[in-house]
Ligand binder design. Structure first.
Ligand code: DON
Length: 586
């Protein structure tokens, strides 16, 4: 038996039997000091990062950004749940465990592939409330009111996470709702040990938190610290009301009442009517042939379509002899593919119900050929426009991704978010819910960069009921036979599509193994600012001196990839070694 496979099973079983809520894994950040802490064995022999972040199984794997979220998934799997129950349990759990990344007042996307039933793309992202219009965020002279989309009560969209998880679980899950929510309730009520990343997020945002939020995330009026126990009793009660009332809790339940009470002090920006009107959108995933596989990904307003364009353009450039060989040629192909894809995103991206997005064109080989002709002209003539010298805005770590794959090929790929760190950094009294700040994913005015330095056009302007454009691109790749090959996705704002591209490039084109492909230093270009961002470790392969036509910045790529692949009868899962998660399974 595979060593890691065996030891990780042991860990899962131990965790499940003693009902613990804290894991002292391989990082100090998980060591817990609280009085009711349980002693958890280390994974024997897990001495390097690969042992912690990679896992091989045969039956099922989940890769998430917190060990207890992965464990919640495995707990319901052992109760006879399927991949969708695993998705629901891990999603509710991660909302409790990474409240700075996602939560019940957030939103997300999920691509679900059940080979014997079908495939679906679920959009449960936030929507602009009825009162959300661009002018609300602009001064009379048309200038942008600083930070109104970013901070406070007006930066939140109507949440969709709860309705999304419930609808997907109701349609495809096997277990009762109470079973899939149980781990999350436990983690919220019994608490868990605060880990480094969460402690950092709390201290960074402490001064912006409203008093209700400071009570939950503070001890003795100071930010909770790493190793201390985080208790979220109001959130546990909200989860219990969801068990009792299911989707009705977020239609006209007590939670909606409490949110309405909160907004009575903020011009009733979000109302009970907004909650009543909320609809999860279900469609077919986009399907496109790329790199010998069928990529199933989220349609707009996700950026899945731009990921496909990027991959097509790369292939087209690879077929042309006029591009330089070696590292410089590789850099040009990758950068130019990304530049076109992010240009399209900036110019065309938005809610397809409000703006016309030429999806078929963007997915077509003809388009890839035409755009490659343009790039080729630049390469052959050597007439590169000078890179512009815009500065990049600071960015944050948040959002989360969960990948799940079982031996039958059943798969879920889901990315969920409250947008910035702790979203709007405001908690609704009596609920434990933290408002998202996803209104900032709209383009408040054409060309004005958002938190991630991304620009947009009128296509992504703020209108009532509209869904903001997103970089989240949960994806599943199938082999030509239809067998599921890879489940993949990432948090990381604007760097989400390029992190998926980089990983698939290293894995499918360069034939590295999955762990290496996830960990490999990354290349990123997002059209604006006009600059290549390279992980510092590849500085020697791609020095600025050999790329005079680009402006290069050596800086850590933020996105964290969570991926699972099937190789023969083995399933291999990887949680990005930049993060706090682990893959688990059997
Ligand atoms: O949907 C989006 O594009 C953003 N709200 C995602 C934010 C994100 O991934 C932040 N992670 N670092």
């Amino acid at each position: 038996m595979n060593f890691k496979f065996g030891t990780r099973i042991l860990l899962v079983l131990l965790l499940s039997f003693n009902g613990c809520e804290s894991i002292s894994f391989l990082q100090n950040s998980f060591q817990s000091k609280p009085t009711n802490a349980f002693v958890i064995p280390q994974i024997e022999g897990a001495s390097d990062k690969r042992d912690r972040y990679e896992f091989t199984g045969k039956e099922i794997i989940i890769a998430s950004d917190h060990p207890l979220a992965s464990q919640a998934g495995m707990e319901v799997w052992k109760q006879g749940g399927n991949v969708v129950d695993v998705f629901a349990a891990a999603s509710f759990a991660i909302s409790v465990l990474r409240p700075h990344s996602t939560g019940l007042f957030g939103g997300g996307f999920a691509v679900v592939y059940l080979p014997s039933k079908g495939k679906w793309a679920y959009d449960f992202r936030e929507r602009s409330p009825k009162k959300g219009v661009s002018s609300f965020y602009l001064n009379e002279d048309g200038t942008v009111i600083p930070e109104k989309t970013l901070k406070g009560a007006y930066s939140a969209g109507v949440p969709g996470t709860v309705q999304g998880i419930l609808q997907i679980q109701k349609q495809h899950g096997k277990l009762p709702l109470s079973s899939v929510i149980a781990p999350a309730i436990r983690y919220a009520r019994n608490g868990f040990s605060v880990y480094g990343d969460l402690a950092f997020a709390v201290s960074k945002t402490w001064s912006q938190m409203n008093p209700t939020m400071q009570i939950v995330f503070g001890i003795d009026n100071r930010p909770i610290r790493e190793g201390e126990l985080l208790l979220q009793e109001d959130l546990a009660k909200t989860l219990e009301r969801i068990v009792e009332n299911a989707e009705k809790e977020f239609v006209d339940g007590k939670t909606v009442q409490l949110v309405s009470d909160y907004y009575s002090e903020f011009q009733e920006f979000i109302t009970a009517e907004d909650f009543k009107n909320y609809q999860v959108k279900v469609s077919e995933p986009l399907a496109s042939n790329v790199w010998g596989h069928t990529l199933l990904t989220m349609p707009p307003p996700s950026s899945g379509v731009h990921l496909v364009t990027m991959m097509h353009l790369y292939s087209e450039m690879q077929n042309r002899n006029s591009f330089p060989k070696g590292d410089v040629g590789e850099m040009i192909r990758i950068t130019e593919a990304m530049r076109v894809a992010y240009r399209d995103r900036a110019e065309l991206g938005g809610d397809p119900l409000f703006t016309n997005i030429p999806v078929s064109k963007l997915l077509s080989q003809t388009y890839a050929k035409e755009e490659t002709n343009e790039i080729e002209r630049k390469v052959v003539s050597g007439s590169w426009p000078s890179p512009s010298d815009e500065t990049k805005k600071p960015e944050s770590y948040n959002t989360t991704h969960i990948s799940i794959l079982d031996k039958e090929g059943n798969a879920v790929s889901t990315t969920q978010s409250v947008n910035g760190i702790f979203g709007a950094v405001q908690m609704v009294k009596g609920t434990g819910l933290i408002l998202n700040n996803t209104m900032d994913d709209f383009a408040v005015a054409p060309g004005v960069p958002n938190l991630y330095g991304l620009v947009g056009s009128k296509a992504n302007s703020i209108e009532p009921g509209k869904t903001p454009l997103s970089s989240m691109s949960p994806s599943i790749l199938l082999e030509p036979s239809g067998k599921t090959k890879i489940v993949i996705g990432a948090p990381g704002g604007s760097q989400i599509p390029t992190s998926i591209f980089n990983t698939l490039y290293r894995y499918l084109i360069q034939k590295r193994d999955l762990y290496e492909s996830v960990s490999y230093p990354r290349i990123h270009h997002q059209f604006r600012p006009d600059r290549i961002f390279l992980d510092p470790e590849i500085k020697d392969s791609y020095p600025q001196s050999e790329l005079p036509f680009y402006q290069v910045q050596y800086i850590r790529h933020r996105a964290k990839v969570f991926a699972i692949t099937r190789e023969g009868d083995r399933l291999i899962g990887v949680s990005d070694p930049k993060g706090e998660g682990v893959p688990l399974g059997f």
